[in-house]
Design a protein around this ligand. Sequence first.
Ligand SMILES: Nc1nc2c(ncn2[C@@H]2O[C@H](COP(=O)(O)OP(=O)(O)OP(=O)(O)O)[C@@H](O)[C@H]2O)c(=O)[nH]1
Ligand SMILES: [Mg+2]
Length: 310
Amino acid sequence: MGFFSKLKEGLTKTRDNIVSGIDSVFSGFSSIDDDFYDELEETLIMGDIGVVATEEILDDLKNKVKENKIKNPADCKQLLIDSIKEKMNLGENAYEFENRQSIVMLIGVNGVGKTTSVGKLAGLLKAQNKKVIMAAADTFRAAAIEQLTEWSNRTGADIIAQSEGSDPAAVIYDSIAACKARKADVLLCDTAGRLQNKKNLMEELRKIDRVIEREYSDAYRENLIVLDATTGQNALSQLREFNDVTNITGIILTKMDGTAKGGIAVAIQAEFGIPVKYIGVGEKVEDLQKFDSDTFVNALFDVDNGSDED
Ligand SMILES: Nc1nc2c(ncn2[C@@H]2O[C@H](COP(=O)(O)OP(=O)(O)OP(=O)(O)O)[C@@H](O)[C@H]2O)c(=O)[nH]1
Ligand SMILES: [Mg+2]
């Protein structure tokens, strides 16, 4: 199955959750009035689109309705789709790190898919003939290092690891040395999701930051937070916490296969202005792709995507 089909299938529950509700609003009203907008608002919020995004989308829709003198609720659907697409457009430099000598940190709470995403990203970059090194900076448990070693075998990306319990900043230090010696393009860093509290997390990330500043200050920095879509609104509070302690430059949204809460992608982007850069729809190396607002919203609304249908 191709990525679009998988995404579309993965978003089935989300679609049922949001789109069927929207469709019934569009068909249940004969005129565009306050009740119509209220009903639409409730449906979007129930679909995990979030309060902030919903308000912005509705303001935009109201303007478009006025401008185009639209009278029929059914004619609003396409305007709504367009408005969500615009909202989710990435900035131009979203993937700049791929073309630079860069260091990419993957952070996030326990079990969201950090290690898996490091492996999948390594696969994507290897396919572009990049020289990739993975840093096993989750030293909390031996299994994490083994898990990343498997991804190294699978993708052919190098791995730098120390033993369980060692200092994550020391692993980063070694990895930077390896990057310089081997002239690597991208350093992908796995991190631990089990830090007990915000203070520990802050200290660990600061220490890593200091090592990078000292040893690799010319590297392009990318800090990606990994969020599990199935956690819905909880993902927003995780992002808030991490954003307080470090400069998050993008989001990897995992487990978009089979969740009813895929609308969270829209909420996150609107609320924080931080782009969703990748989405995961499964456990295999090919199940991570760059986020594309057209593809995503088309899959969400079941609009045919001629270019990538399979
Ligand atoms: N269905 C699905 N499963 C995923 C996806 N991404 C990751 N997983 C699974 O989620 C589980 C946790 O993934 P990990 O990569 O180990 O998560 P982690 O954030 O590194 O976890 P810790 O190291 O324990 O903090 C694994 O079983 C993965 O296979 C996805 O996009 N879809
Ligand atoms: Mg892990």
